[in-house]
Design a protein around this ligand. Structure first.
Ligand SMILES: Nc1ncnc2c1ncn2[C@@H]1O[C@H](COP(=O)(O)OP(=O)(O)OP(=O)(O)O)[C@@H](O)[C@H]1O
Length: 312
């Protein structure tokens, strides 16, 4: 278990993290969510002592992290950040092997672990192990970053906006991969994001931060049904309302008459949330919705979907 006890970080005369206490259960996926500048990253970085608290303490399995040298502590805790931070002149396999090599693992054990992680992240070891980071797509680089953070089998993985740079479709895929890995290796994950959707998609528990303070810490259901204050209800409402409304309307409801030449088709029953995802994925600004028997197809534009979402 990770226990944060009255954690505070002060820069100048501002408490960027202010008296935060929370307990993170072993094997759980906990998401810290909040707007930019709310203190999320600083909170996360106090767990592995990249930032030293001004007051309060962090206990891992009852042991104060301040009692361990920072580098020793960090070798036992995975850390994955946005933009992956891979070493450009090392291969994928060498990148993933960084911490096991530092720990002096035998070569065969390292090779087996690299292969296991690549497979878990759906990267074929034969194809990817010898590549260099700049030969990979953004999503692949991000997955290698996660594999590297997991290499020495840490019980705890800290992730700071790990999916921030990925496009929406790959992002969901990457989130699902990490969630599956977390279940398989029973890793305790603490992940920071500004994206409430992501928090709800991943979190067993969600901590909402604002102005350095912990506004609420609970299950996704707690936050939805029993928001602790107006800030939390606004944050949940604003991220969800439009998309929820779009998922209730169909392409058939929203299509308009107009030119459909050369547009990709979308099923009349598709909901507008899925239609929006499809338009984003294809980089298109309109699709063709087939008409009822004998009627011509109609046009569903991005502009129309956005207008319906805004009106929610
Ligand atoms: N080393 C530092 N010196 C002074 N101020 C800092 C330092 N690090 C962070 N801050 C300030 O502390 C506040 C919280 O920063 P932090 O990075 O924890 O926020 P965040 O919620 O993670 O934001 P973001 O999502 O933008 O990364 C910000 O106002 C930031 O400018």
């Amino acid at each position: 278990m990770i226990e944060l006890e009255n954690l505070t970080k002060r820069y100048g005369d501002v408490d960027v993290v202010s008296d935060v206490s929370m307990q993170i259960q072993p094997g759980s996926f906990t998401v810290v969510v909040g707007q930019s500048g709310s203190g999320k990253s600083t909170l996360l970085r106090m767990v592995n002592r990249l930032v030293e608290p001004t007051a309060g303490r962090v206990l891992i399995d009852g042991r104060d992290v301040a009692s361990l040298p920072g580098p020793t502590l960090r070798r036992g805790i995975g850390y994955a950040i946005q933009g992956h931070g891979l070493f450009p002149h090392r291969t994928v396999a060498q990148n993933i092997a960084t911490v096991p090599t530092l720990l002096g693992w035998p070569k065969a054990k390292i090779r087996a672990r690299v292969a296991e992680l690549l497979e878990a992240l759906q990267l074929d070891p034969g194809q990817f192990a010898a590549k260099y980071p700049d030969e990979l797509s953004g999503g692949e680089q991000q997955r290698v970053g996660v594999a590297r953070a997991l290499a020495a089998g840490p019980n705890i993985l800290l992730m700071d906006e790990p999916f921030g740079a990925l496009d929406p479709i790959i992002r969901v895929k990457a989130q699902d991969d990490v969630k599956a890995i977390q279940r398989r290796f029973e890793t305790t994950i603490l992940l920071v994001t500004h994206d409430m959707e992501e928090a709800f998609h991943l979190g067993d528990a969600i901590a909402v931060m604002s102005g350095g303070k912990l506004q609420q810490y609970g299950s996704p259901e707690d936050l939805l049904l029993r928001p602790a204050n107006d800030y939390v209800s606004r944050l949940i409402g604003s991220s969800d309302r439009a998309l929820r409304a779009l998922s209730l309307k169909t392409a058939r409801d929203a299509a308009e008459s107009g030119d459909t030449d050369g547009l990709f088709p979308i099923a009349p029953d598709a909901n507008l949330r899925d239609a929006l995802a499809e338009l984003i994925w294809r980089g298109a600004d309109a699709a063709a919705v087939s008409g009822e028997a004998g009627t011509p197809p109609r046009r569903l534009s991005l502009r129309r979907i956005l207008a319906l979402g805004r009106g929610a």
